[in-house]
Design a protein. Structure first.
Lengths: 116, 112
């Protein structure tokens, strides 16, 4: 597709429930990134993929967060046993090449997760 | 401490006026510096991308500057329009790795 598509737009989960977010990157883009945006606009890097391989997962809270990018499927970010502090907007971005080369990263519209 | 600090946090300007947003960073070395515009409820959209060796880059009414000596960047908006109301985010790409480091953003409100 011509844009990064994220689903769902909104997600409400009770504390302790599982949440799963999806991202379809732009066709032909090899790199996928997940960011968490909490209040005050702070973006926190979670994880990046090069095709289906994890490229950098230094931002992932590994106890409850997991992510996958499988061939011919949307990428996914899953949160087991959600906590109130997980409430945020989760953005997915994709780029054709490594962003260190100055390649543009295109962001999706985000999924707003509210944990109640 | 955040490695990318932006000022002011928010700004109100009248339509047609110019404004300048500031970004101070400590990320070093870095490969590129970006300015993004984020409308409410939307994802960020790239305005400019500058490598560490560039001093200025324009995109229509948006002009970004970079001073690597003082570790400062600015985004100048000329002849503001109501549609410029958004958050503007300064983002750095470290030289190592493949991830972006975001500033806290400046929220701009353009009033008629």
């Amino acid at each position: 597709g011509e844009e990064v598509a994220q689903t769902p737009k909104h997600l409400v989960r009770g504390e302790g429930q599982k949440a799963k977010l999806y991202c379809a990157p732009i066709k032909g883009h090899s790199y996928v990134f997940w960011y968490q945006q909490v209040l005050k606009n702070e973006f926190k890097f979670l994880i990046s993929f090069q095709n289906e391989n994890v490229f950098d997962e230094t931002g992932m809270p590994k106890e409850r967060f997991s992510a996958k990018c499988l061939p011919n499927s949307p990428c996914s970010l899953e949160i087991q046993a959600t906590k109130l502090e997980d409430s945020a907007v989760y953005f997915c971005a994709s780029s054709q090449l490594q962003t260190g080369r100055g390649t543009e990263a295109f962001f999706g519209q985000g999924t707003r997760l509210t944990v109640v | 401490k955040n490695q990318v600090e932006q000022s002011p946090q928010s700004l109100i300007i009248l339509e047609g006026k110019n404004c300048t947003l500031q970004c101070n960073y400590t990320v070093s070395p870095f490969s590129n510096l970006r300015w993004y515009k984020q409308d409410t409820g939307r994802g960020p959209v790239s305005l400019t991308i500058m490598t560490f060796s560039e001093n200025t880059k324009s995109n229509g009414r948006y002009t970004a500057t970079l001073d690597a000596d003082t570790k400062q960047s600015s985004l100048h908006i000329t002849a503001s329009q109501l549609s410029d109301s958004a958050s503007y985010i300064c983002v750095l790409h470290k030289a190592a790795g493949n991830k972006l480091t975001f500033g806290g953003g400046t929220r701009v409100l353009v009033k008629p």
